[in-house]
Design a binder for this molecule. Sequence first.
Ligand code: ATP
Ligand code: MG
Length: 358
Amino acid sequence: MPFHEDELDEAESTHFRSLTAAEAEGDERAVEAVLRPRTLDEVVGQVRVRDQLGLVLEAARRRGRAPDHVLLSGPPGLGKTTLSMIIAAEMQAPLRLTSGPAITHAGDLAAILSGMNEGDVLFVDEIHRMSRPAEEMLYMAMEDFRVDVVIGKGPGATAIPLEIPPFTLVGATTRAGLLPGPLRDRFGFTAHLEFYEPHELDLIVQRSARLLDVAVEDDGTAEIASRSRGTPRIANRLLRRVRDYAQVRAGGVVTLPVARAALDLYEVDELGLDRLDRAVLDALCRRFGGGPVGISTLAVAVGEERETVEEVAEPFLVRNGFLARTPRGRIATAAAWEHLGLSAPPVNVAGDVTLFED
Ligand SMILES: Nc1ncnc2c1ncn2[C@@H]1O[C@H](COP(=O)(O)OP(=O)(O)OP(=O)(O)O)[C@@H](O)[C@H]1O
Ligand SMILES: [Mg+2]
């Protein structure tokens, strides 16, 4: 695909200038675009989702109809945006992109919907952050392919029905639990993306190394994969950081010792925990005696937004058994204390021992 190369050239040439934060972000985005799989066959892992989605799309193609609405949920960087682009590409349909926070008024959504053509794919990122009136308009659009556009205000207001050609809505969310039931129920296919296994991430790193023309050895890519928090976006980012290290401080080849030295330098530990993950565990154990503590308090303690702690750090920590959610708040597990090199307090703070019982 020709525009792959262009994007890559641009990303590579900016790489050697000194970058401002914004430029660096642009650079990362350009590289991310290059590395994005373009077809379902190129997607690594997520076998079940790929299989199910492939069937949904194939059936729709045979019927000559727009596929059912699709909801993609899961932690950041696991492939939601990638899959939405693939859905459009596989259906050879134009893709329109918007996001929940961008739709502040129902009118914004009406404008988008009224410009849709039959079979178009509408991608709404962060769909759980859409405003209430827009959400209600979306229910109707999804089910009946119709919206009521309200003209005027007060008693004189009239609703004008507007037909919309059948389209496919692809919604993405890091927080499926926050979606109202009526919205969730209107998706014909829901896919929850899981963290990737190390061997899958290894394949992703190897593929990316090929695309970015980075010389790698097998145990070097395996090391990057095992420290990538189960997340392709992080795997790709770590590969680029290790490449920097290899080019500047080593012979240019990503070997095991090079990968280890580089990842240590960037403070990504051997289990893949990064600074934020460790800060959360550290605050939980040292400042709150292992919990239970509310997520907002924990977020303040590490100087981060609540959403960041909840959506970025927590799912990985929970899935790896370092942190548990209880009705009374977050608690550290024995593995967390051990990972920080601390001894757990003698009382089982995680249990239901209360100070007033005896
Ligand atoms: N299954 C996969 N195989 C190979 N690469 C992948 C896969 N999934 C994601 N990636 C890579 O990871 C990057 C991040 O994926 P993507 O942008 O789709 O994540 P996301 O789920 O939309 O994240 P966010 O919630 O932050 O928007 C992509 O650029 C792509 O290169
Ligand atoms: Mg995305």
